[in-house]
Write a protein that binds this ligand. Structure first.
Ligand code: CUA
Length: 344
């Protein structure tokens, strides 16, 4: 019966099991659950039965029977002891299995920050969605740049705290191609409930193609498009609206070219260098009326992405008087090597 429970794919309480460790966890969960149900029924049933059977039927009734029985005492001590030991050994096996990635597991670095997940693969490829090949052990190294978060994928039955200033580890092996929700399971501030992303489990070939594309994902895209993708994928949008509404951070539209007032009373025109500064050293110029809460993107964002953000901000600012998106006549040098002339 336990073997059947351990292999159960889906229970009344749990989502489908989609990792190699899920069976063991569900088996233990079901064992504890059904043991509790059996004991509850047994104990409560006997209590009710005894209350009725041994009730005082007349005023002359006196208590009867032995006041001590070694056999009964052993009977209610040993079986629970054995059960608790079974649960301990079972749980400890699961604990070891959860903590020891098999040799040769593929490593992904998980960086959490308020309120965003970032995944970094072997050659520096990065994304806000976790892609992994199916039937392959994946080891995760988890760290946070601000507060405690928690990496949680219900279908895989794995949950691990992500703690600033240290590296936690876990691993999993997905058993079925598909998309699964990845939640933050530790209250981490105002937008904790929005800190959700996906795990995409795909075939090995699809995963390799994905890595190839992800390496230089901005190629073939306009800088404005690159910036918009960074805003969407790197978590900028959690705090920075582009629709004229301040959030945890200042809105992004109409920022480029505007004069910014800072908490320390100084001002600065929002040009290209200002925006680069704000991404890499967000604490340097904190805009008046906002808290200094933005994590730095130093080391996590590449130059073409920063350039993209700058161009994106231009494209949504009425203070930028150039033009970005229309086709533009290209200037070519004259044949004789003289001064370049505009195209006719
Ligand atoms: Cu991060 Cu909750």
């Amino acid at each position: 019966m336990l073997a059947i429970l351990a292999q159960a794919d889906k229970t009344f309480f749990l989502p489908p099991a989609r990792s190699t460790v899920a069976g063991l966890h569900d088996g233990l969960y079901n064992f504890v659950l059904w043991m509790s149900v059996i004991w509850l029924v047994l104990i409560a049933g006997l209590m009710v039965y005894f209350v009725i059977k041994y009730r005082r039927k007349s005023p002359n009734d006196k208590p009867v029977g032995p006041t001590h029985s070694t056999a009964i005492e052993l009977g209610w001590t040993l079986p629970p002891l054995i059960l608790v030991m079974v649960i301990f050994v079972w749980g400890f096996r699961g604990f070891l299995q959860m903590n020891q990635a098999p040799n040769g597991a593929y490593q992904v670095i998980v960086s959490a920050s308020k309120w965003n997940w970032a995944f970094t693969y072997g050659r520096g490829e990065k994304d806000s969605v976790l892609h992994v090949p199916v039937d392959t052990p994946i080891s995760l190294v988890l760290t946070s740049s601000d507060v405690i978060h928690s990496f949680y994928v219900p279908e895989f039955r794995i949950k691990r705290d992500v703690v600033p200033g240290r590296y936690n580890k876990t691993w999993f092996q997905a058993t079925e191609i598909g998309e699964y929700n990845l939640f933050c399971a530790e209250y981490c501030g105002q937008q904790h409930s929005q800190m959700i992303t996906k795990v995409v489990v795909e075939s090995r070939d699809d995963f390799l193609a994905y890595l190839e594309e992800r390496g230089k994902w901005w190629e073939g895209k306009s800088p404005v498009e690159v910036g918009q993708t960074v805003w969407n994928d790197n978590g900028c949008k959690q705090c920075h609206s582009v629709e004229d509404a301040d959030g945890t951070g200042p809105k992004w539209n109409d920022v480029f070219g505007a004069e910014r007032k800072f908490a320390d009373g100084t001002t600065r025109i929002a040009d290209e260098d200002y925006i680069r500064d704000s991404i890499l050293n967000p604490g340097k110029n904190v805009v008046q009326g906002f808290d200094n809460v933005m994590p730095t993107s130093q080391g996590q964002i590449k130059d073409p992405e920063i350039t993209g953000v700058i161009e994106y901000l231009k494209s949504i600012s009425k203070n930028f008087d150039g033009q970005l998106l229309e086709p533009f006549p290209v200037t070519v040098p004259a044949e004789d090597g003289g001064t370049p002339g505009a195209q006719e």
